[in-house]
Every structure is written in structure tokens, then in C-alpha cells.
Design a protein around this ligand. Structure first.
Ligand SMILES: Cc1ncc(COP(=O)(O)O)c(C=O)c1O
Length: 375
């Protein structure tokens, strides 16, 4: 059987990974400045994380959501405490798209309405509802175009309010910081106004923190820079450090009903063990402090490179914008300098999403390599 060929692949075969380093099948070491699409939060193969997963596997790896699972409660309590949202409830699933799918469903259940407001250049995932509010026609199949939605520019509250007044909108969904789109974000007054108009017109305010959450922005959630409280927050990527897990944080506005949401795999024992280990490490190793320190160091060095025209993003969710398309640069970084980086819809943007425990020496290595290539 062949693999269904949907991914353009780099010719690198990782067989081992540790911290910031990935080793390929020829023994070549690579610096990971991309974390496999922003997934690696606490570093590859963190020893505490490995131990916790192995111990869990030796006890019980899986049972469905038909029985008591105290690990889910432990995860919810630790997540509530670390994120500052201990008055929210947690629903667990398996990926970012699934988190948004459930967030949008909950919004529609709650309001009994259908239309969604999303933003230009958004990315919310590939499942049916999530992709329908993703601003990319190429990844929307005809079957996805049935649900009513409206894409608007960021930072224009007048346009949002005009749509909400029509009284058919169930949710506004916005990324804390746009990832795939290229590191654009709503400004503080826009986030605050979104919260106000959603409240005024009884529309559910969803913030997608799948990529920008879990400390990546330098705060636990990126929207926390703006002092708002969304009704639902979706999470995934950094949550499991590579173990597939996602979820939504749900405000007290919603009444749960048995059977309203559900999943076979979501919140299983092994996934919870991985996610608890991630939170323990973020807390014990004070990774948010490291994110802010390393971010400042990275930005200082980036400003010294004349070819970098703009630095976007926050924390360790950063983009370097050049006045040329970066595909060739990324190839050189990977094949000549052995450094993984990311691209974006904005073809001139080099996307930087390293593990949150990166150190200055790795950033020095990155900039030495970038300077070598550029000069
Ligand atoms: C902001 C955002 N939301 C949702 C998703 C979808 O997550 P997943 O690929 O886990 O379904 C992504 C993935 O890149 C994302 O960046």
C-alpha cells in the first residue's frame, strides 16, 4: 500500500530527538526551531515526561469516557491553576481542529444560531466546521461550504458589530495570534471591543489558542495580553508535547448536558499523563520566564540583520519578514545548516516556533547560520 501523497516532504528522516536537537538516520543533528508546527513545548524527550508516560502505560493506557478517570480531574485542576482559569470547565479531545469543532458546536447549541464570524487569513484546522471558518478556499471541499460564515478584516470592530446586529451569528472565532496566516493579531482595543459586542448581542466569543497557547506567547494564553475573558478557549499543540491531545476551556455561561459532546479517545489515560507532565514541567522549570527572556534575546539579534524588514509575533511564536520569499532560505537552513524553521501563508515570512526551553546558545547558532547564508 502507498501513502496518500498529500505532504511535500523534506528529505530528512528523524530517528531520535532530545531537547532542541533532532537526529536523523545518518546521525546528523538538527536544531529544532519549528517544534513540528509548534507542538514541542517542553523539549523533545523530556526525561520527566517520558517517565510519566511510561509509568502510565505500565498501569493503564486507555479506557473510554464511560468510567471515572481521576487523571482528567488532575489535568483540569492543574490547567485551571496555571492558566488562571480555575472557574472554567474542561472538555478533552484529540487535536486542534477537533477542539474548534467542539467550540463551534457548543456556541451553536447555546445560541441556537448558525453563522460564524472569522477573520481574514485565519486557520482553525481541517475538520468540517474548523475548515469552513479557515480563510483558505484551497483546503475547503464543496461539502465544507454549506455552513454560513463571514470573514472580516482584523481590527475593524464596526464591521463585526454590523454583522452581529443581524441576529443570526452564534460565534466569533479569532486566533490569539495568527499562526499559519503569518503572525498577525488583533490589537488590544479590538479584543476588548469583541468581548463587549459578543456580550451585547449574545454571541459566543471563542479564542483559538491551539498554536499561541501554553506559554508560547510569553503568557499562558496570547489573548491574556489584552485583558479579556473569552467564553471558550481552544487548545492543543503544546498541550501534549507531541502526544495528541486537545481541549476547550468553557466558561460558566454553558450548561453541560449528557451526550451533548463526546469522543472515544479524548482524555484517555495516556494522553492525560502526557498533558499533566507538560504542565508540571512548564511550572517547575518556569518556562514562561524563559520564553520572555529568550524572546527578547532573539528579537535583539534579529534587529541586527539588515535583510529582516519586520519582526512579528510574541514570545517564541515569532516571524521574520524579508523582502523576498523564504522557501529557498528555509531549504538552505535545513540542508546546509541543519536547522528546522517554518513557513506561512505570507511567503516572505520565516516562522520560528522552538521548544520553550531553548537557550541563548541555540539562538546564537541560529543567527550565525542565518548570517552565513544571507551574506
Ligand atoms: C490556530 C490553529 N488552530 C487549529 C489548528 C489545527 O490543529 P490540528 O492540526 O491539531 O487539528 C492549527 C494547526 O496548525 C492552528 O494553528
Amino acid at each position: 500500500m502507498n501513502l496518500f501523497d498529500v505532504y511535500p516532504l523534506y528529505d530528512v528522516t528523524p530517528v531520535k530527538a532530545n531537547g532542541i536537537t533532532i537526529t536523523d538516520n545518518n546521525g546528523m543533528e538538527y536544531l529544532d526551531f519549528y517544534g513540528g508546527h509548534g507542538v514541542i513545548s517542553i523539549g523533545h524527550s523530556h526525561p520527566y515526561y517520558l517517565r510519566k508516560i511510561k509509568e502510565q502505560l505500565d498501569s493503564i493506557g486507555f479506557y473510554s469516557n464511560a468510567v471515572q478517570n481521576p487523571l482528567q480531574i488532575e489535568l483540569a485542576m492543574k490547567l485551571g491553576a496555571l492558566s488562571g482559569f480555575d472557574d472554567y470547565s474542561l472538555f478533552l479531545c484529540n487535536s486542534g481542529a477537533e477542539a474548534n469543532e467542539n467550540a463551534l458546536k457548543l456556541a451553536s447549541f447555546n445560541t441556537n444560531k448558525k453563522r460564524v464570524i472569522a477573520f481574514n487569513n485565519s486557520f482553525h484546522g481541517r475538520t468540517s466546521l474548523a475548515v469552513s471558518v479557515t480563510d483558505n478556499l484551497k483546503i475547503n471541499a464543496p461539502i465544507n461550504s454549506t455552513g454560513p460564515k463571514t470573514f472580516l478584516p482584523l481590527n475593524n470592530i464596526g464591521l463585526v458589530e454590523k454583522e452581529l446586529k443581524k441576529d443570526d451569528v452564534c460565534a466569533v472565532i479569532i486566533e490569539g495570534i495568527q499562526g499559519v496566516g503569518g503572525l498577525d493579531e488583533g490589537n488590544t482595543s479590538f479584543f476588548k471591543d469583541l468581548e463587549t459586542v459578543c456580550d451585547r448581542y449574545n454571541v459566543i466569543f471563542i479564542v483559538d489558542e491551539v498554536q499561541s497557547g501554553y506559554g508560547r506567547s510569553g503568557k499562558f494564553f496570547a489573548y491574556q495580553y489584552h485583558g479579556v475573558k473569552p467564553d471558550i478557549i481552544s487548545i492543543a499543540k503544546g498541550m501534549g508535547n507531541g502526544f495528541p491531545i486537545g481541549g476547550i476551556l468553557i466558561s460558566q455561561k454553558f450548561d453541560p448536558k449528557h451526550g451533548m459532546l463526546g469522543t472515544t479517545f479524548g482524555g484517555n489515560h495516556l494522553a492525560c499523563a502526557a498533558a499533566i507532565a507538560v504542565l508540571d514541567v512548564i511550572d517547575d522549570e518556569k518556562l514562561l520566564e524563559n520564553v520572555n527572556e529568550m524572546s527578547a534575546y532573539f528579537i535583539k539579534k534579529a534587529k541586527m540583520i539588515s535583510q529582516v524588514k519586520n519582526i512579528k509575533g510574541r514570545g517564541l511564536m515569532l516571524g521574520l519578514e524579508f523582502d523576498f520569499e523564504v522557501a529557498a532560505l528555509r531549504k538552505k537552513l535545513i540542508y546546509e545548516k541543519h536547522i528546522f524553521t517554518g513557513g506561512a501563508n505570507n511567503k516572505k515570512l520565516l516562522r520560528i516556533l522552538p521548544p520553550l526551553n531553548i537557550q541563548k546558545e541555540h539562538i546564537d547558532q541560529f543567527f550565525n547560520a542565518l548570517n552565513d547564508i544571507l551574506n
